[in-house]
Write a new protein. Structure first.
Length: 99
């Protein structure tokens, strides 16, 4: 399995319309054909010194393999998300892992 984890720090000045657009477009990423599972969420209310809860949203998408992730990266839905929502965050951090 190939696990793609993306953490977004959204701009504080986003309008409700922009925030809704981000949520809609980010959720659509989990529906790309090569994605086996996908989730979009906010930081959990856990509180321990090793936990970073500074991000706004986390996106996790699971693929069968790296080839599936490659298809996702080049998919028009992914391109539209970057083009239409790329200005909505101040920081993005990606962790890819395999099992």
């Amino acid at each position: 399995m190939f696990i793609h984890s993306v953490y977004f720090w959204l701009r504080d000045d986003l309008s409700e319309e922009q925030r809704s657009q981000f949520l809609e477009k980010a959720s659509a990423l989990t529906k790309i054909e090569s994605a086996r599972h996908g989730w979009l969420g906010v930081p959990a209310p856990t509180d321990r010194p090793v936990i970073d809860r500074s991000y706004s949203y986390a996106l996790t998408v699971v693929f069968d393999d790296e080839a599936g992730q490659d298809l996702y990266q080049d998919h028009p839905v992914h391109d539209r998300f970057r083009d239409e929502c790329g200005s909505f965050w101040t920081r993005v951090l990606i962790y890819d892992s395999v099992t």
